[in-house]
Design a binder for this molecule. Structure first.
Ligand code: PXP
Length: 240
């Protein structure tokens, strides 16, 4: 299966915001990342606007021609964004407002009614819904029951264990990918994926539909350039 590379551009907005002007230009960066071969652009417009602003979100929706993936906690603001813009995909994350980065998946049992309700509402816009999930069969089975189309595996634990023992790191994801497939859920993955650990993940989860990568990719681009870096990540996702 072809695995799509969606580049998370939050970090580009973080650098821009450090000076308050428009350098680097986020819109140009998104357009170039697409030209360089990425299959999608991901953003996480947090309520505190510490990186992607509401204005960025609406501006980007006019220029992104590949898959546009908007992540966030489904509060009123987020639901309005999705309904207004009808992006390709909304990835719902369970973050409390001031968390540094998304570092846990949904408990789809505890939040069953809430998720069922918001997904029903979001689906009226035609947007594909993905739920950020850890490697737990019951959370995956309930992701299907609340109406999600896909899950996004939280790969932070994979990345952490990979350096010490890659077989051990991948094992739960291989098992849980089977659960997702059995439940007819598409499989995305994201968090701490990198030039080091991406290929092994893809090789072991051949049904992987999409990865969204930000921190490592933008950091690599400081040394390698954005064009080379996007090409290198794309190359790791090749089937051969
Ligand atoms: N997926 C989700 C839900 C995220 O919140 C993030 C970080 O914004 C990512 C993927 C990408 O993680 P990283 O920046 O570590 O590549």
């Amino acid at each position: 299966m072809k695995t799509k590379l969606s580049v998370n551009i939050n970090k580009i907005a973080t650098i821009r915001n450090a000076r308050g002007g428009n350098t680097p230009n986020l819109i140009e960066a998104a357009e170039n990342i697409e030209i360089f071969g990425a299959d999608g652009i991901t953003i996480h417009p947090r309520p505190d606007e510490r990186h992607i602003t509401l204005q960025d979100t609406y501006d980007l929706s006019k220029v992104v021609t590949t898959e546009f993936n908007i992540e966030g906690y489904p509060n009123e603001r987020f639901i309005k964004i999705i309904k207004d813009l009808n992006p390709t995909q909304a990835t719902l994350v369970p973050d409390p407002p001031n968390v540094l980065t998304s570092n846990a998946g949904w408990d789809t049992i505890k939040h069953f009614d809430f998720l069922t309700e918001v997904i029903k509402e979001l689906k009226t816009s035609g947007t594909r819904i993905s739920l950020f999930i850890e490697t737990d069969a019951k959370f995956i089975e309930n992701a299907k029951k609340v109406g999600a189309d896909r899950i996004e595996f939280y790969t932070g634990p994979y990345a952490e264990t990979y350096a010490k023992n890659k077989q051990k790191a991948i094992q739960p994801y291989v098992k849980m990918a089977e659960v997702a497939i059995k439940n007819e859920l598409g499989i995305n993955a994201g968090h701490d994926l990198s030039l080091d650990n991406l290929k092994y993940f893809k090789q072991n989860i051949p049904q992987l539909a999409e990865v969204s990568i930000g921190h490592a990719l933008i950091s690599d681009a400081l040394y390698l350039g954005l064009e080379n870096t996007v090409a290198m990540y794309k190359d790791l996702l090749n089937d051969d």
